[in-house]
Design a protein around this ligand. Structure first.
Ligand SMILES: Cc1ncc(COP(=O)(O)O)c(C=O)c1O
Length: 429
């Protein structure tokens, strides 16, 4: 085990082959217990990349470090899929969750809500860019996007959606219909998905002219495509999309599940001046880092949009047993305190500058600490070699063409430097 004092900001300490003996036994158990699809996928990836793909097994994570079941210490460049904005197991998040667990674990959602859920709703509405904002909480990113798509449908009375090639919004049926990332995700369920979805090339707002008509209720877009390869659209793109959506009577949904909450320096990436928006998006989706490690997500919109839900004569037609769960709400309030109190947006931008400088000529896409390094060589074997050196990273992009850098916004600069050096060394080999 690493020195407890430095864990969180520790350089890698790899003591076994990967996976080590404890993890190997667990991976065998995994293969026997988990859906076979995952084991098969790993085997196929190993075959195609020529590099082993057995996972490490997480046993502990703190700050920017992950410790596996064999005691190896890794630097986590994934931030647990972008969840650990405040770092893994931030003490303020842990304290808040522990205190909440000592008071109330579960309440009655929208019927008789918890005090802490109400405080989170108030906090999110206050930080939202929309006038008179209102919030619907849920658990996953996919949930938040489902809420946004349903809100747009109920507000406009239109079933259609325009989404973008390379976009990723989650894999439940609603968002899956709007997933432009990989046809492979959609194909087995094609007959079950919303048939009124059209795709436009990301970055080309003029393509919407041929796609928008009075059947389209929503245009859904990421401010920067995350899983799609950390692709930053041209300046003004979001504004042009917004203008076209507005003129067509469609709502603009910006999926900020990966880009939001200071990862690109500001609370909402769509509010960077370069996005060119004229006023806030109609609906914004948040998830991932919101709960500082607990599952909580949100769809935020103005009252004028979300009041479409409000027919007091009806039962609640969009709810969930665990939506607004007290533990998630407590964690989210603490995580927002940390993001704001520790000025992590500024830190994200400072770390971006540092990493870009350290990587020299290597092309880097993205903004803040949502970055994609373009190595120019197949990413899967490279990512495995980095893992063996103690740097945990994953590829992104439709061709797995980038190595995604999505770490804790609190990551110690020495760790980022060491990652950059290891990457450059591997590319030199
Ligand atoms: C932009 C974006 N939207 C939605 C999702 C789906 O979130 P979840 O996996 O929590 O359902 C993701 C997940 O990566 C995402 O990056």
């Amino acid at each position: 085990m690493a020195d407890a004092e430095t864990l969180g900001a520790s350089l890698p300490q790899i003591r076994t082959a990967l996976p080590g003996p404890v993890a190997s036994a667990l991976v065998d158990t995994l293969a026997r217990a988990e859906s076979p699809a995952f084991t098969t996928r790993r085997a196929r990836r190993a075959e195609s990349s020529g590099a082993p793909q057995d996972p490490i097994v997480w046993a502990e994570a703190v700050g920017a470090n992950v410790v596996d079941a064999d005691g190896n210490v890794f630097v986590d460049l994934t931030g647990g899929f972008g969840v650990a904005g405040v770092g893994h197991r931030h003490p303020k998040v842990v304290d808040a969750v522990q205190a909440q667990a000592g008071r109330l674990l579960h309440a009655l959602g929208d019927l008789h809500p918890s005090d802490v859920k109400i405080r989170l709703l108030e906090r999110l509405a206050a930080m939202a860019p929309q006038e008179d904002a209102r919030v619907i909480l849920s658990l996953s990113g996919s949930d938040a996007v489902t809420t946004a798509l349903k809100s747009a449908a109920i507000h406009t009375g239109r079933p259609g959606i325009v989404a973008f090639d390379g976009g990723y919004h989650g894999l439940d049926h609603g968002p899956l219909a709007a997933c432009g990332y990989s046809e492979g995700f959609r194909a087995p369920f094609a007959e079950q998905l919303n048939p009124h979805v059209r795709f436009a090339p990301y970055g080309d707002a003029s393509a919407l002219d041929a796609l928008l008509d009075d059947s389209v209720g929503a245009v859904i877009v990421e401010a920067i495509q995350g899983r799609g390869g950390c692709r930053v659209p041209p300046d003004g793109f979001l504004g042009e999309v917004q203008a076209r959506a507005r003129a067509n009577g469609s709502l603009l949904i910006v999926d900020e599940i990966m880009t939001g909450l200071y990862r690109t320096g500001v609370p909402f990436a769509s509010m960077h001046g370069s996005a060119g928006l004229d006023g806030p998006p109609d609906l914004i989706c948040l998830g991932k880092g919101l709960g500082g490690g607990l599952p909580v997500s949100a769809c935020i919109g103005s009252l004028s949009v979300l009041e479409a839900w409000g027919d007091p004569g009806q039962v609640a037609i969009h709810t969930g047993t665990f939506f607004g769960h007290p533990l998630g709400a407590a964690a989210a309030l603490a995580s927002l305190d940390v993001l704001e109190g520790e000025q992590l947006g500024e830190r994200a931008l400072a770390m971006e500058r540092r990493l870009r400088t350290r990587l020299g000529d290597l092309p880097v896409r993205g903004r803040g600490l949502l970055l994609g390094v373009v190595p120019g060589v197949p990413a899967l074997p490279l990512v495995r070699r980095l893992l063996e050196r103690g740097f945990l990273a994953i590829p992104a992009g439709m061709e797995a063409e980038v190595i995604q850098v999505l770490p804790a916004l609190t990551i110690d600069e020495r760790l980022l430097d060491a990652f950059a050096d290891a990457l450059l060394e591997e590319l030199d080999r």
